[in-house]
Write a protein that binds this ligand. Structure first.
Ligand code: PLP
Length: 403
């Protein structure tokens, strides 16, 4: 019999719920339905004008070529300076790798450091790429449950129990977190750092939401003395600078890891787009008021949506400290998270919900799109206008009253 065309390893990769729902929403909208989108993890505004202007000028000035695989020197320097300033620990340009979006940094960093058979601990519910890439590399995924009562942090004791001495190689952290909005505290990070020293572990710290924080300032594990050499810290332009489609991110690490990631870039993407890097550099050094304005607006929406969701019978919603997601507990309705996702998108409207307000559905993501510990929750992205979010919560309230 003929061999399968697709290599076995592909069966280990998972998809991403958000892209599946995106497709369903597109079909419903084509059919004339008014769907309020709360499933998308991207700012509902364009990149700051100053950044767009620099990109347009760069294109007009002929900035069309390849760049070095690890990024333009000026972009690497800007990212190094930015990490040095915001994390309080020194980075030089050759400790940085520029990637087309932050997501490839996850792939390249793990590809550079993880051997088959290594165990990797990661948050659950968490960003789906972690749980997909780990088995793809032949490593063993060890999901670390996040606890609602702890503001979707985790118990250090539980983390310790997941460590197998000699086999566990890495802990993936994500703070502020997608999908919960949870934020790790300084004491959590100190506890994790101690474990890293005790068991000789690396950390991949996904800090893509580092600027989207509403309470205390952002804490990074890399700021703890002795952690820089064990940590790959990732950040990027998709969230704070509203540039998700531009594809720009960066990772800070040791020179050795940065060099490995650069080699992988040479062999895969060649480089991030040149004019994107030129504009992305400007984003890091420009007046940051567009970012601060956007964050203030997200906070206003968060305050409203958390309050309104908690007013719905059967729903409890933790107040997230960062990112632009809420992760309400909907376990009391006796339906799976996936059933709720489908119900809010389509089923509720068939039962008459939303008629008075002209809404045919709200797209949310099932908590299980982020791992099995997401059962009983759904993720709502509040990267939509205040007015639309008010309508979305009205619709959700009515939909739940019909269950
Ligand atoms: N990490 C987390 C936690 C995310 O939520 C996202 C995007 O949603 C990414 C990484 C990927 O970012 P990018 O779009 O820059 O690749």
């Amino acid at each position: 019999m003929a061999r399968d065309v697709i290599a076995d390893r592909i069966s280990k990769l998972g998809g991403e719920g958000a892209f599946e729902v995106q497709k369903k929403v597109a079909i419903l909208r084509r059919d004339g339905k008014n769907i309020i989108t709360c499933h998308i993890g991207q700012p509902d505004r364009p990149a700051p004008k100053a950044v767009v202007d620099v990109a347009v000028k760069a294109l007009n000035d002929g900035d069309h070529g390849y760049t070095p695989s690890g990024g333009k020197l000026e972009m690497r320097e800007a990212a190094a300076e930015w990490l040095t300033k915001t994390r309080g620990v020194h980075y030089s340009w050759d400790e940085i790798c520029i990637t087309p979006g932050a997501k490839p940094a996850i792939f390249l960093a793990l590809l550079s450091t993880i051997e088959p058979g290594d165990e990797v601990i990661y948050p659950d519910p968490g960003y789906p790429t972690y749980g997909s890439v780990i088995p793809f590399l032949g490593a063993i995924p060890k999901p670390l449950p996040l606890v609602e009562e702890l503001g979707f942090r985790f118990q250090l004791g539980q983390l310790k129990e997941l460590i197998t001495p000699g086999k566990t190689r890495m802990i993936i952290l994500n703070s502020p977190e997608n999908p919960t909005g949870g934020v790790l505290q300084e004491e959590d990070l100190k506890g994790i750092a101690d474990l890293c020293h005790e068991y000789d572990l690396l950390v991949f710290s996904d800090e893509i939401y580092s600027q989207l924080i509403y309470g205390e300032k952002h804490h990074s594990i890399v700021s703890i003395t002795g952690m820089k050499d064990r940590t790959i810290v990732m950040d990027g332009h998709s969230k704070a600078y509203a540039m998700p489609g531009w594809r720009l991110g960066f990772a800070g690490s040791t020179k050795e890891i940065a060099r490995a990631m650069e080699l992988l870039m040479t062999n895969s993407n060649s480089c991030a787009a040149s004019f994107t890097q030129t504009a992305g550099r400007h984003a890091l050094i420009m007046d940051q008021s567009p970012v601060h304005e956007m964050i203030a607006e997200f906070k206003r929406r968060r305050d409203m949506i958390v309050k309104r969701l908690n007013e719905i019978d059967g729903v409890t919603c933790h107040n997230p400290e960062g990112a632009f997601y809420v992760f309400p507990n909907i376990g009391s309705f006796g339906k799976s998270s996936e059933e709720i996702e489908k119900y809010l998108l389509r089923g509720a409207s068939e039962l008459g919900a939303g008629k008075d307000i002209g809404v045919d559905g709200v797209s949310v993501l099932a908590g299980t799109a982020f791992g099995s510990y997401g059962e009983g929750y759904m993720r709502i992205s509040y990267a939509n206008s205040y007015e639309n979010l008010e309508l979305a919560v009205k619709f959700i309230k009515e939909a739940f009253s019909k269950l």
